[in-house]
Design a protein around this ligand. Structure first.
Ligand code: HEC
Ligand code: HEC
Length: 297
């Protein structure tokens, strides 16, 4: 009798083993990929809010393949291809080369980048957030388009002059380390990080001194047009009541950063509308609330 039982239990054991292996496989394969998808999604939102998508994507082209023109008083900058293409993109960059470029504005070959790439603002971005952006961009389709060179006026076409600019900027520019805390501490510091660092709102809303250096990155009191035919002015977005947005409520700001509609029913102009469409409209309500809290502090 025993002889007959043994093969049955053995058979069952075998079945159980296969079942256990199957479950383990699901756990091993599925679990990290869930976590990974969450990270990629966070990377996507960050890459939109930080403007990487907006600046590095031109109309009807692959996402992040560059070719977008930035017109300034120094000439026209054409954004590079930052897809994972090995020849014309950043396919063979390491994670630390990417972090170095974003935080310090220096390339893997140790050449300086023009500050039209707003690395000055990204200096304090967390490495964790930068890696999420890197992973997200790497998960997308590469594009092998080679981008045109910038057409800059003399002497700005000499890239090595940027080293001097970088030293001046280091000496002159600062941001307020302390913020006056009226209510929610965490919300305010999250708001400051999103506004001043990742969202680099001051790249347009902060006054500039010579050579476009922003003296105080925490000053969002607006700026006038910087060149004759330019339309690069941006309003005061501090909590000042008459000249700023102090009369807007928190939900007015949240609604504006989602839709571009102002409390008086007016629409945002082109520049701010693309910041909203490509950037702030992707943020969670909680992060928008943090920005509103920070602006109204
Ligand atoms: C306001 C427009 C703008 C925004 C926003 C922007 N960039 Fe750029 N980026 C540029 C320009 C212009 C250059 C070229 C600079 C140069 O030639 O010195 C550049 C260069 C780069 C480079 C170097 C590419 C190479 O081939 O050497 C990388 C990488 C990069 N950007 C990634 C990013 C990421 C990631 C973000 C978001 C966190 C971002 N950029 C946001 C305009 C922008
Ligand atoms: C590329 C430049 C640029 C950047 C970057 C930018 N803005 Fe603006 N912003 C503008 C311009 C230009 C206007 C004026 C739009 C108008 O009046 O229709 C504006 C208007 C606004 C207004 C409405 C002010 C008013 O009185 O009507 C708010 C609020 C605002 N921006 C918040 C932000 C925040 C928050 C960020 C960062 C996430 C940001 N902006 C980044 C250019 C910019």
């Amino acid at each position: 009798m025993e002889k007959a039982v043994v093969p049955v239990t053995k058979h069952l054991e075998k079945k159980n083993n296969i079942f256990v292996i199957f479950i383990l496989l699901i756990l091993v394969i599925e679990k990290p990929s869930f976590a990974n998808e969450d990270l990629l999604h966070e990377g996507k939102i960050l890459s939109h809010f930080a403007g990487c998508y907006g600046c590095h994507t031109s109309k009807n082209n692959t996402e992040f393949s560059g070719g977008y023109e930035i017109r300034t008083k120094y000439g026209i900058f054409i954004t590079p291809n930052i897809t994972r293409d090995n020849n014309h993109g950043i396919g063979n960059w390491t994670e630390s080369e990417f972090i170095k470029a974003i935080k310090t504005g220096v390339s893997p070959q140790n050449t300086p980048y023009y500050p039209s790439f707003p690395y000055v603002w990204f200096q304090k971005m967390s490495e964790e957030d930068i890696i999420k952006i890197f992973e997200y961009i790497k998960s997308l389709t590469p594009d092998n388009k080679k981008r045109e060179k910038h057409t800059l006026k003399f002497p700005y076409n000499f890239r090595n002059l940027i080293w001097i600019w970088k030293i001046l900027n280091e000496k002159i520019s600062h941001s307020s380390e302390t913020i006056i805390l009226k209510n929610n501490n965490n919300l305010l510091s999250r708001g400051k990080y999103l506004t001043e660092v990742v969202g680099h709102c001051g790249a347009c809303h902060s006054p500039r001194t010579w050579f476009s250096i922003v003296k105080n990155k925490s000053d969002l009191s607006g700026r006038g047009e910087s060149f004759k035919n330019g339309k690069d002015s941006a309003p005061n977005i501090t909590s000042a009541e008459k000249i700023g947005i102090g009369l807007w409520s928190e939900s007015d700001i949240i609604f504006y950063l989602q839709t571009g509609i102002k409390p008086d029913g007016d629409f945002a102009n082109e520049d701010m509308q693309s910041i909203i469409d490509d950037g702030t409209s992707h943020l969670s309500k909680k992060d928008l609330k943090a920005i509103a809290t920070y602006l109204l502090k």
